[in-house]
Design a protein around this ligand. Structure first.
Ligand SMILES: [Zn+2]
Length: 295
């Protein structure tokens, strides 16, 4: 039996205000809430006075990007994908590219780390936010896992792994053809380094998983808990650093090799639910996705 003392995560916030004379000559006070992320310690500011502000370009989904129809010029469309994309080094796999369902995976021509790859969903060139199929996400995720397993065989120190997506140019996607990016490296990126340090400290002190604890406290509080898709639990970030930042947590899971196929299906459903929410808000037609794990 553990003798560890269970400590509660602190969801800290404080209010400040700005006072000034508004354009009608009235002295006003505008409240601002500063929240501290219980995991990272980073703060964010919620500016309540902007709540009713009408943002530009949110009346309707934006028009498709100019190259939405230009499949012949796209290096990720067939048949040119076979000739114009690189192949995986033979130390990792023997046949150059990995396939799973309709997903095709190959190295990133412009790598960010030791192992940097791209996993296409299928041959569909332009997909509006929330309109991808669940199986296309699931197959692409599983394809990523097969690649990361080959990476670990090649370099057991490349344990810092991430699957990310910048969908459409407004989210930073350089090619509109939907794809996931995979990075695995022996050197952690910022989020990996901070999260792992905090999760390790928490585990040593409490004999418990940091994000699972975060989830259980948020679920008990109820204010930001959204719901579940299978084993995945979804909640709005307490101290968001992006617009409409939503977290998905698979409790007590730290590696990309732990989830079963059904967990990937559940993750895909949650991601698509989130995208449909963004779509309902006409949020720019794009989104960013970041999934982290360490072997
Ligand atoms: Zn394409």
């Amino acid at each position: 039996m553990s003798t560890a003392v269970l400590s509660k995560l602190l969801f800290e916030s404080q209010f400040i205000s700005a006072k000034f004379i508004d354009p009608f000559g009235k002295i006003v006070k505008r409240p601002i809430e500063i929240r501290k992320n219980p995991i990272t310690g980073r703060t964010c500011r919620l500016a309540f006075s902007r709540i009713n502000e009408k943002e530009t370009a949110t009346d309707a989904l934006p028009q498709p990007p100019p190259d939405a129809d230009e499949t012949a010029k796209c290096p990720f469309c067939r048949p040119q994908v076979v000739a114009e994309t690189p192949k995986v080094h033979p130390d990792l796999v023997s046949n150059g590219r990995l396939s799973w369902g309709d997903s095709l995976l190959f190295p990133n021509l412009y790598p960010y780390g030791s192992y940097s790859a791209v996993s296409l969903f299928n041959d569909e060139h332009f997909v509006e936010i929330g309109k991808a199929s669940g199986p296309s996400y699931t197959d692409s995720f599983i394809n990523c896992c097969h690649y990361m397993a080959a990476v670990l065989e090649d370099n057991p120190r490349a344990i810092y792994m991430a699957i990310t997506q910048n969908h459409l140019p407004s989210a930073g996607g350089s090619l509109i053809h939907p794809h996931l990016q995979i990075n695995a490296d022996p050197v952690p990126a910022n989020h990996h380094r901070v999260f792992l340090q905090k999760a390790d400290e928490f585990y040593q002190q409490n004999d418990d998983f940091l994000f699972s604890r975060y989830l259980s406290q948020e679920k008990a509080d109820g204010l930001r808990y959204i719901g579940a898709t299978g084993s995945w639990q979804w909640l709005a970030a307490f101290a968001p650093e992006g617009f409409y930042e939503i977290w998905g947590i698979l409790p007590r899971t730290t590696s990309f090799f732990q989830p079963e196929t059904s967990d990937w299906e559940d993750l895909s459903r949650g991601i698509l639910n989130t995208q449909r929410f963004y779509r309902s808000l006409c949020r720019n037609g794009s989104f960013k996705l970041c999934t982290l794990g360490a072997q």
